[in-house]
Design a protein around this ligand. Structure first.
Ligand code: G3P
Length: 217
């Protein structure tokens, strides 16, 4: 499974890249707004740093405006993936972008049928928001399982990108289900690394290391 980081923060992206685990980046309007910088500048800087796919989202909702924005975003760098909301106008845009060879990430997916429709339109990635489904009493990972089952049944190539990841358990379940990608906030990446037994074990090794007599080199 590929690991993307879900952020528009350059320092966070550098840190994740330095850990050797970064396959790509996803951003959204909320994450870009938090940087206080223009979207284009942020995306261009991220694309300079990261070789893998970098998702940048359109900010409009009509067909013509989304298509125009998509072209502007795609022109920033070859690794840009245009993020389009899962609405009817969005699906039309995805179909056209796909025909032009522009990669898309269809976002705000909350049901397996929505995921099928995005795939039919030609989406490169589908982003089910598991945390937000959990927030309203649904099982986000069950939705991912159903999407994977449907895509598998019909040999659909669209990659399942698990988004709105809120815990290490979401990541573990995504791995067990065989999701293609999980996009993970830096805080959760750190939670994935950390284990109390690793910390206890290391402390003990360091204490014992201090007792080793110093020999001549
Ligand atoms: O980028 C989309 C998604 O990952 C957002 O997550 O935590 O705002 O639901 P969240």
């Amino acid at each position: 499974m590929k690991i993307f980081i879900d952020t528009a923060d350059i320092a966070e992206i550098r840190e994740a890249a330095s850990l050797g685990l970064l396959d790509g980046v996803t951003t959204n309007p909320t994450l870009v707004a938090a940087t206080g910088r223009p979207m284009r500048d942020v995306l261009a800087e991220i694309c300079d740093l990261v070789d893998g796919p970098v998702s940048g989202e359109v900010l409009s909702t009509t067909h013509d405006e989304m298509l125009e924005e998509a072209h502007e975003l795609a022109a920033i760098a070859p690794n840009i993936v245009v993020k389009i909301p899962l609405i009817a106008e969005g699906l039309r845009v995805v179909k056209e972008l796909t025909a032009e060879g522009i990669r898309t990430n269809v976002t705000l997916c909350f049901s397996p049928i929505q995921a099928l429709l995005a795939a039919k339109a030609g989406a490169t990635y589908i982003s089910p928001f598991v945390g937000r489904l959990d927030d309203v009493g649904h099982d986000g990972m069950d939705t991912v399982a159903q999407i994977l089952e449907i895509y598998n049944n019909y040999e659909i190539d669209t990659e399942v990108l698990v988004a709105s990841v809120r815990s290490p358990v979401h990541v573990l379940e995504a791995l067990r289900l065989g999701a293609d990608v999980a996009t993970i906030p830096l805080k959760i990446i750190h939670q994935l690394i950390k284990h109390p037994l690793t910390d206890v074990g290391l402390k003990r090794f360091l204490e014992d290391a201090a007792k080793i007599p110093k020999g001549k080199r």
